[in-house]
Design a protein around this ligand. Structure first.
Ligand code: NAD
Length: 496
């Protein structure tokens, strides 16, 4: 049985804690490794290494930093199948989907390769007589990245390419459910020529997170996970003087107006509802059917969903298992709760016959119709392959549903009416909006993030928000000696 350790200063680190957690292959139910769970002293060792590496990396030239990033990009692109296989073995998503998340992470690496342009400041000559002002962006220091289980490669890559490119050092704490992708990434950075100590990994749970939130060496925290933990991380991290961006949970609605192309909408609902077994923060979990199309739309979705094959990928499955047995059972309990609250079970994933080992954490795609807003299957983030259909009569009712929801991560509208689509993107209180696009994850050069309880903090991930989050600005006012400006003047500086 392998032990999955930490990575500090360019090498594997066992730490002093003896606590571990099992890592399981969700498609077989077999425990494949034990991940170390750091104690506070272990986290301090890692944070100290990141702090020690900071001064030299901060002062490394932009051309040296970007050379390392370009090499990392090339290596990752050439070897992405390796990390995708690691993701599939610990997360359970099918290989094509694992490759997809690596590719979306690569986009951020490519964006970060342009850091010299992104860090450029402003310069004003003669702001006052012979006085010039310029602004610069400087890195913060060691950054903690705390990531969720559902994207073990992509979510950390939303942050660390820009953090490192901007001259910071990084401590990544991946999810204890799928910790190995982070170590593979650390070894790749080493191969790309990143100096030891710039990218470190600490494995752990709440104990490690709490130390990262309080450790004075850590200057900023990028967190992604469920809403209660995101709120906690934001409050505790900021209380300890850190800059924090904490991305939380979601309940993403897809509105289908009566004039929509129903085949396009049905394809989109199935892809966005059941891709990665619904374990995506941008998955569609609530389909809002407006007006008389509901019966027709549900029938088209059900017909497509019946063709989805659940399994371990060996027989060309579309959808893998859920991440743990406990999570599978929790999602199944929501289906039962919806059924007993009066929802119509159109397709029941609890009876799935999966292409995989008997002990895999299987749950097939499930469609619940006639879901109402007070049912737990609607109010809670389920994070599984369950598509709830809510029927409403008007666009206004659909909009009110979304705007009254505590989450505001992603949403989509399907319509052929440009005016309705424009009204929707103007009125909806959600951070990422799709128009006839069901999973509107922005490209790396835009920023990713939700509103309301889907994000705590001011900055979204990557894009310009990311550059700003990982740097702080300094404005320099400069005058080179000029005898005519000598003399005392106690007044407040003014332009002249
Ligand atoms: P989680 O909140 O359980 O864990 C996230 C991280 O927090 C992990 O590293 C975990 O070790 C740590 N953690 C867990 N419990 C903690 C505690 N009590 N105190 C401190 N740290 C703790 O989330 P998860 O189950 O790994 O991931 C799924 C969740 O993440 C979903 O809610 C999903 O919507 C959300 N998510 C959001 C986005 C987004 O962009 N908004 C993206 C991906 C996932």
């Amino acid at each position: 049985m392998q032990t999955i350790a930490h990575w500090v200063d360019g090498k594997s680190f066992t730490g002093t804690s003896t606590a571990t957690a099992p890592v399981t292959n969700p498609a077989t139910g077999v425990v494949t490794g034990q991940v170390s769970l750091a104690n506070a002293a272990d986290v301090r060792t890692v944070a100290d290494a990141a702090a020690a590496a900071f001064p030299a990396w901060r002062d490394a030239s932009l051309s040296k930093r970007t050379q390392v990033l370009f090499r990392f990009r090339e290596l990752l692109n050439a070897r992405k199948e390796e990390i995708a296989a690691i993701i599939t073995a610990e997360h359970g998503k099918v290989l094509s989907d694992a490759l997809g998340e690596v590719t979306r992470g690569l986009e951020v690496v490519e964006f970060a390769c342009g850091i010299p342009h992104l860090l450029k400041g402003g310069y004003t000559e003669n702001a006052s007589s012979k006085v010039d002002i310029f602004s610069i962006r400087q890195p913060l220091g060691p950054i903690a990245i705390i990531s969720p289980f559902n994207f073990p490669a992509m979510v950390p890559m939303w942050f660390f390419p820009l953090a490192i490119a901007a001259g910071n050092t990084v401590v990544l704490k991946p999810s204890e459910k799928d910790p190995s992708a982070a170590l593979w990434t650390a070894a790749l950075w080493e191969e790309a020529g990143l100096p030891a100590g710039v990218f470190n990994v600490v494995q752990g749970d709440k104990v490690a997170v709490d130390e990262l939130l309080e450790n004075p060496a850590i200057k900023a925290v990028s967190f992604v996970g469920s809403t209660p933990i995101a709120k906690y991380v934001y409050e505790r991290g900021t209380a300890h003087g850190k800059r924090v961006q904490a991305l939380g949970g979601a309940k993403n609605h897809m509105v289908v107006l009566p004039d929509a192309d129903l085949d396009l909408a049905a394809d989109a609902a199935v892809n966005a509802g059941f891709g990665s077994a619904g374990e995506r923060c941008m998955a569609i979990s609530a389909l809002v059917a407006v007006g008389p199309i509901a019966d027709d739309l549900v029938a088209r979705i059900a017909q497509r969903t019946k063709t989805i094959r659940t399994g371990d990928g060996t027989k060309g499955s579309d959808m893998g298992p859920l991440v743990t047995e406990a999570h599978r059972d929790r999602v199944a309990s929501y289906i039962a709760a919806g059924e007993s609250a009066g929802a119509t079970v159109v397709l029941d994933g609890r009876t799935v016959d999966a292409d995989g080992a008997a002990d895999g954490f299987w749950l097939g795609p499930t469609i619940l119709d006639n879901v109402t807003p007070e049912m737990s299957v609607y109010t809670d983030e389920i994070f599984g392959p369950v598509l709830s259909v809510v029927r409403v009569d008007t666009y206004d009712e659909a909009l009110a549903l979304i705007n009254n929801n505590q989450y505001g991560n992603g949403t989509a509208i399907f319509t052929n009416d440009g005016g309705a689509a424009r009204r929707f993107h103007n009125e909806v209180e959600v951070g990422m909006v799709g128009i006839n696009v069901p999973i509107p994850v922005p490209m790396a050069y835009y920023s990713f993030g939700g509103w309301k309880n889907s994000l705590f903090g001011d900055s979204h991930a990557h894009g310009i928000d990311g550059v700003h989050f990982f740097t702080r600005t300094k404005a320099v006012t400069s005058r080179w000696l000029d005898p005519s400006h000598g003399g005392l003047n106690l007044g407040f500086p003014q332009n002249n």
